[in-house]
Design a protein around this ligand. Structure first.
Ligand code: AMP
Ligand code: MG
Length: 309
């Protein structure tokens, strides 16, 4: 049983960003040990999921799944199945098979990729090119150049695993930050009934456009103000529309709030691609999801407003 009284704050670098854990409980040493364990888990997940780690399980899948079915670790298989579901629900706007397109645009500083290169990369994308066999837990690609990229869901999934680990250790109050992209509010802070999380203004670093009050909920943000590629003076988003092969346009940032941090991470990316009207339509069919969208001209749309101010 953990009594209340102590709060610890621990920061580490992982998955290419600054993580922070704020943990509340009764014993400082116990909380610090749990934070260490949590960061070991994040490290382990990075080594499993990253396409930048040549020995990761995802790199292994990418190298082999076009030539043979590849057996996948159970939790990662579940994540890929969730990604496939979200892809289907968002008309393919969220697509973990967009790896070839993402790579093409990431290395495009010298100029907009030729249309033939975009068409070739597009040809390898789409969840229908991925066969998931849930009985044998295998994955197989039907196209030789299909590449998984979990960049839009992996951090949220790691946040989910950290929240589970903390709950298993009896820690039910804290805040988990994976950079600015996903934040999970575990329970509430000692002096309030929910955590207050600021929502950044995408055009003015350091300024907020509002706050959200969260308890046992995740918030994820996608935007192009921090990560983009500049070609001939034009900024292109790092988020690609897998239907056209071009970087997504129209929104400056999207925040999504839901119970599951992997889902909020995936949906913030998906809504960035879908745009305001389709994001609103998605939320009208999913009442547990709230969102805040900022369009060009800093026009703000709030969906599911009860948690925002
Ligand atoms: P996020 O910052 O969570 O919105 O994720 C963006 C990252 O996911 C990009 O840097 C790419 O690595 C990858 N990505 C880009 N576009 C998509 C997309 N439409 N669906 C899934 N992943 C994407
Ligand atoms: Mg995301």
């Amino acid at each position: 049983m953990i009594e209340s009284g102590v709060t610890v704050r621990v920061k580490r670098q992982a998955m290419g960003c600054d993580w922070e854990l704020i943990l509340c409980g009764g014993d400082r040493g116990y909380l610090l040990d749990a934070a260490d364990e949590a960061f070991e888990e994040v490290q382990r997940l990075e080594e499993q999921l990253s396409i930048f780690v040549p020995t990761s399980e995802v790199s292994y899948i990418n190298a082999l799944a076009a030539s043979q079915p590849v057996c996948v670790e159970p939790r990662l298989f579940g994540l890929i199945e969730s990604a496939a579901r979200i892809s289907g629900e968002t008309e393919g706007a969220f697509d973990i098979t967009a790896g070839s397109l993402v790579d093409l645009w990431r290395s495009a500083e010298a100029g907009v990729p030729p249309s033939e290169a975009i068409a070739t990369a597009l040809d390898s994308c789409g969840m229908h090119k991925v066969a998931l066999d849930s009985e044998n837990r295998t994955i197989r690609f039907s196209h030789p150049d299909t590449r998984l990229n979990l960049g839009a869901i992996g951090k949220g999934y790691a946040v989910y695993q950290v929240a589970e680990l903390l709950r298993e250790r009896g820690i039910n109050n804290g805040l988990i930050h994976a950079g600015r992209s996903t934040v999970y509010a575990l329970g509430n802070p000692p002096d309030d009934d929910a955590w207050t999380v600021g929502i950044a203004n995408p055009t003015k670093p350091g300024e907020r456009i509002g706050t959200a009050k969260l308890k046992d909920k995740a918030i994820s943000t996608s935007g192009s103000h921090e990560r983009f590629v500049e070609i001939d003076g034009v900024r292109y988003s790092h988020i690609i529309d897998p239907r056209t092969g071009w970087p997504a346009e129209g929104l400056l940032s999207v925040c999504v709030i839901t119970d599951d941090p992997a889902e909020s991470d995936a949906l913030s990316t998906a809504f960035f691609v879908l745009g305001r009207d389709k994001a609103e339509k998605y939320c009208s069919n999913h009442e547990d999801i709230s969102a805040i969208l900022v369009s060009e001209g800093v026009e703000i749309t709030r969906i599911g407003m009860e948690v925002f101010s």
